[in-house]
Design a protein around this ligand. Structure first.
Ligand SMILES: [Zn+2]
Length: 162
């Protein structure tokens, strides 16, 4: 399901979340929404079927996430992701990542050129990891670079190199 953060059924997605925790998630989401204003972005997207840790996971089960897409001339495209997910061990975690199109000789489609995963545990709550992931995302958005900058930083071929 997709929509504004106000539409996200937080208590359905995160049954263990306290009212204070829900407020904290809302506050973080408002900052993220402000940082992505005026950019080409999709809505928040959520997956109620992943509210409980799925018994079988072919890939990382996403519970709630956001994709911020920056298009530039010539079809170049940068993607910034912020997602609350389940880890393999059934813990909640936040993933923040920058994704660029691949220009290697072998086509990998896309590359994660910078990524952060923080796992919530007894010491670090879900709102805390969400805030840290969101700060990374808003930091990337506040300090824009083109896709070749990210590729160079990750040691990947630039777009016009072949
Ligand atoms: Zn590649």
């Amino acid at each position: 399901m997709r929509g504004a953060f106000d539409d996200v059924p937080l208590t359905t997605l995160f049954p263990a979340l306290s009212p204070a925790g829900a407020n904290a998630l809302n506050e973080v989401a408002r900052r993220v929404d402000a940082a992505r204003a005026g950019r080409s972005t999709a809505d928040w997207e959520w997956f109620p079927e992943h509210a409980a840790f799925p018994a079988t996971q072919p890939t990382t089960p996403i519970i709630l996430g956001l994709e911020v897409i920056e298009h530039s001339e010539g079809g170049e495209r940068l993607e910034f992701l912020l997602q609350l997910v389940w880890t393999d061990l059934g813990r909640l975690a936040v993933d923040a990542a920058v994704n660029v199109a691949c220009w290697c000789d072998a086509d990998h489609a896309t590359h994660d050129v910078d990524a952060l995963r923080l796992v919530a545990d007894e010491e670090t709550s879900l709102p805390e990891v969400f805030r840290a992931g969101a700060e990374r995302l808003t930091g990337w958005l506040a300090d824009p670079h083109d896709a070749d900058h990210w590729r160079a930083q990750a040691g990947l071929p630039a777009r016009w190199s072949r």
